[in-house]
Design a protein. Sequence first.
Length: 332
Amino acid sequence: VPPPPPAPPRFTGAKLVDDRDHPWRPLRNGDIRGPCPGLNTLASHGYLPRDGVASPSDIIKAVQEGFNMETQTARFATYSAHILEGNLVTDLLSIGGKTSRTGPNPPPPATVAGISNHGSFEGDASLTRIDAFFGNHVAFNQPLFDQFVDFSNRFGNGFYNYTVGGELRFHRIQQSIETNPQFRIRGFRHFTAYAEAAFTANLFVDGRKTGADAHQLDMDSARSFFRDMRFPRGFFRPSSPTAGEGADIIFAAHPTQPGTNVGAVNNFVVDTSMGGLTDPCTFYVQFVNTTVRALYPNPTGVLRRNLIINLGFLYDSFAPPDCPQVFPYGQN
Ligand code: HEM
Ligand code: MG
């Protein structure tokens, strides 16, 4: 039976996380990394298994310990990823591509392809990764990082902050509308695109920075996380639990709607059917009733039981206002 989510740590202040017990090590043959600079860094420092395959509990503990990620967000991100692309029977998830190390696969259409799989959690208009339409959507992309630096220089005096996030998040969406005929930012992705732009200013900034220095990410540190999957030397995690704070500011700079390019560039059609950042209840209900049911139309046995349990953990972590839980597989 999948265990309940681990509680937050008792101490939630700033502390050295680039410590003796968690040395950075380069990748060994077969170690898996993916599109998330946070999880990549935790694996390369041994907060997560260094091979890149972990249980949801491992991931929740690691993001709380290593980055002081706020517990509800940690659970929501982890259980959504696990339900979409993890193995619900073995309770293992790859932080990158598909691997036999997560155990025997359930029947298709389930994918169990790891968080790199395009179109489920991973999506378009990432800040430092190209859209899957153009090639490798998982690897760090230097030209996009150059653009990240350029925006940080122009709008943040050399630092990435919410103001820079507001400009760059919007610009990346416009770039994809103009160049990617298969561009898609609906439902879950419309939500995570803004959350991740906020994580960058909240979780990657040393916890000893306060006042005017808070939420200001310098470019050496940004490169260290996004490219090298490494804490800046002597990094302290944030001084209190944090996650998506500021996403509202980033969104308000240039509000967007969920949608897709239909068949051609510059042909963006708004599609609110899957919800989005400003409609979390639709997004939750559609996530469960459309996206998850498409992967698991008819689960039985342990698979069905574990789906029910993980969907419960997901709802408990999110519970949008006035949005009752949905039970596509019954309640027990
Ligand atoms: C991106 C998963 C925690 C920071 C992503 C992506 C995935 C993901 C699948 C790719 C989305 C895309 O850009 O296409 C997760 C899961 C987490 C988690 C399951 C479990 C709690 C974290 C933490 C941080 C973080 C703790 C920061 C310390 C980011 C950032 C991006 C990202 C900044 C955007 C990268 C970019 O746009 O280039 N995450 N993540 N994530 N994640 Fe995570
Ligand atoms: Mg992406």
